[in-house]
Ligand binder design. Sequence first.
Ligand code: ARG
Length: 289
Amino acid sequence: MNLKKITAIALGAVMTVSMAVPTFAADDVETVTDGKLTVATSPDFAPYEFYSIDDDGNPTLAGFDMDLAKYIADKMGLELEVVPMDFDGVLSELAQKNVDLGMAGLSPDPAREDAMEFSDLYYQGGQSFVTVKDKADQFKSLEDANNKDYSIGAQTGSIQLDLANENTPDADIVSLPKVTDLITELLTGKMDGAFIETAVAESYQKNYPDLVIVCDVPYDTVGSAIGVSKGNDALLKAVNAAIADALDDGSMDKFIADATELAAGQTYEGTLDDNGAVPETDDTAEDAE
Ligand code: ARG
């Protein structure tokens, strides 16, 4: 065996070892702002993302998407910057590459694939049809909701809006920018039913016991992914490696448990005012009209 061959074998061995331990050096990956990981989210979606309110009434962005965002940024050696906005804004900011990632309980909908890449799934979840106690008797199944006399809601830009159009095409389908708006409309009797992600519906139900989850709604992909700026393959790779680690080392389970606990406490779901405070009167439903 000549020296060249030995060196090649030795080098091969070194490479295998270093490939098994992924390094997410920040300089390998280009981001919108150097040294930062910029993440768009829509904090109306507990336990994924919401504001946790402390004893003094101060809001902190929380949820398992936010913990995972921090985990990924740390792995990559980047500073995390989260930009809260309505859900349809998350989709368009990511499509325009103004942010690196969209972390908002995103379903990897094939219809979005022109605008973004999707990471591997990091959470398994389902879809639900929701109403209020007073109306629960009217909805024995999803077919009952497909009636022109009913106002049925879903969040603007979401796959739940597609589910509403598929399952209840005869109903008056209303799309609103925040899940919070849907909840307000349901509780005030203006809306009869809504399509909401199951984990989120369960979380709202804890704070608003009048809500009733009627049934599961079938949907092709049972899970959530991270939206990654289109064409940034290095970033997609780093994100997938970090997700694999978080699932593997128990971090993701902890993020979910922590978020579920926090979401059962004082929360605010929506966007803050210009001073970074919870808006005084939370009349989001009126804003939507
Ligand atoms: N999973 C649904 C979708 O991707 C809804 C996500 C809404 N997220 C949010 N943070 N409000 O369309």
